[in-house]
Design a protein around this ligand. Sequence first.
Ligand code: ASP
Ligand code: MG
Length: 463
Amino acid sequence: MRVVMKFGGASVKDGESILHVANLVKKFEEYEKAVVVSAMAGVTDALIEAAEKCYKEPSSSYVKLFIAELTKKHYEAISTAVKNPDLQNKVFEKVDKLLDELEKVLLGIGYLGELTKRSRDFILSFGERLVAPILSASLLSIGVDSLAMTGGEAGILTDRNFGRAKPVPEVYSIIKSRLDPLIKIKKSTPVITGFIGRAEDGSITTLGRGGSDLTATLVAAALDADEVWLWKEVDGVLTTDPKIVPEARLIPEISYQEAMELSHFGAKILHPRALEPVMRREIPVRIKNTFNPEADGTVIKKESDSTKDIVKALSLIEKVAIVNIGGAGFDFAEIMSDVFRRLSRERVNVIMVSQSSSELNLSIVVDESDVDRAYSALKPLENGVISVKKVSDVAVVSAVGAGMAGTPGVAGRIFSALGKNRINIIMISQSCSEYNVSFAVSKKEGKEAVKVLHKEFELEKTK
Ligand code: ASP
Ligand code: MG
C-alpha cells in the first residue's frame, strides 16, 4: 500500500500535535508513504499580515517582535516534538537560519517600499519551510527514517503566476524521479512542504491558499499512490457548515465531481483544484480527523450508485458581489468574449454566471475582494445602450448532488421551499452536469436559505 498523507495547519498547531502526528504516521510502518505538511495554524495569515505591514508602515522594532514571536512558537514546537537532543539542535539551527533570512526579507520590504507578488510568495513560503524540518525530526526521533524537502526539491515545478501558480505539465515525471527511489528503495518517509513550488528560474511560488491539498494530490498522482489521506481537525465532509445547521451530518462517500462543486462554492473541504491530479487516475481521497483517527471520515472517489443523492450537501459563500451588464440590441457573443477577456486580464475569480440572451443581461458573481477590479474593468463597456452596475452584500448558496441529474423537479422543490419562507432570489444558475443548483440571495438571507433547504431535503437524516 502506498499512501500520501497531508496534515493541515490545525493538525500541527503546536509541539504536542506535531508529536501526535509523528506517532500517527509511525503506525503505518508497513506502508510506502510521503507526508505533506502545512504551516502551523495561523502562521500563513500572520506572514501575510507582516508582509503588508512592512510594506505600508515599515518598522524594524515590529519586525523584531514578529520574528521573536515566530521563534518562540517554533522553538516550543521543537522542544515538545523532538525528543533527541542532537536532532533537536539541528532543527533549532535550521529554524534560526530560516528566521534570520525572513527577518532580512521583511526589513528589505520596508527599505525598498516594494512588495511584489514574487516577494510575497517568498515570505509566505516560510510557514511551511519552518514546520517540515520539525515534523521530519520528530519522526526521526521516534525511529521513522525521514527527511524534510521543500516543494521545489520534491519536484513541484510551476509557472510564474505568483500567488496562484500552476504546476507545469511535466510535474508528474519530475516528482516521481525525485521521490520514488526515496520511498521505495530507501524506505524513507519524506516530509514535503505543502503549498509551495518552484518556478524554472528558482523563484519560490505558492499554489493558492489551502494549496497543500494540491501538493498532496500531485505527489499522489506522480507516485501512483493507492490513496491520499487529508488529515484535518474535522471528521470529514458534512452536509453543511454545522455552525449554520447544528444537525449537519457526516457524508461517508462523495464523488470527485460533487466535492469539486462544493469546494468551488465555498465549502472548506479542500483546495478547489486539488482533485484534478487524482480524478483521472481514480485515486481515492480520504478526509480524516487527526485527533480522532479511528473514525472512517469521508472518501472522495469515482461516482457510483452508493454516492448518488438528489441533494447531498449545501454550501454558502457570504463574501460575494454581483456585476450586472445590461442593455439591448447588439452582438451578444462579441460582448461576452470582451467581458471575460477583461475579467481574466484582471485575474478576477468568477464564481458564477447567469445570462439571458433575448436582451443582454449578464450577471457575474465575484469575490467581494475582486468586485472593484471587476467593475472598473467592465465600466468602459458602458455606452448609450450598455450599462454596468454592481450589487454588494450578496451570498451564494449551492445545492450539490449527483442524483439531481435526470431527476425532475429538484429545482422546483428548492425554489418553492425558499418562496414559502419568503427568501428572495436574486439570480440562479445550474451547472450543465446538473450536479449543482446555485443561487444568489441577499447576504442577510444566506444562512436562512441553507437552513430551509437542509430541512427540505432532510439532510440531517441518515440514509
Ligand atoms: N498554509 C497555507 C494556507 O494557510 C497552505 C495550506 O494550509 O494548505 O493557505
Ligand atoms: Mg494553513
